[in-house]
Design a protein around this ligand. Sequence first.
Ligand SMILES: [Zn+2]
Length: 119
Amino acid sequence: MHEHGIAEELVAAVDRSVHSHGGSGASKVVVEVSAGTLEEQTLRTAFDIAKQETTSSDAELVLVTVAQEVFCLQCERTLPLDVHADQSAGPPLCPLCGAVATPVFGASGVTLKSIEIEV
Ligand SMILES: [Zn+2]
């Protein structure tokens, strides 16, 4: 599943960060989730499974939902995507002019924002 792969990548990224800072573990992991790209509850469950036996095992997962952004070549601007529009049919469309726009986020829709490291 999509969310499980993302959770494993997050845990691996936290692990690398904790080790590079000489910490013993992470207490809090803040992740930005692009609206509408995945199931938050599924991601939480996947994170809880993936974090076991890792430096993230005691970490609290904080999910911050942000509007997905697209870059429109026609408008030459980055714009928040209309989350109410039906995006399942194809590529995202510019909320201003309706042209096909490029998502700013990567395919996963998840960005690791900050980690609180325990020493
Ligand atoms: Zn546009």
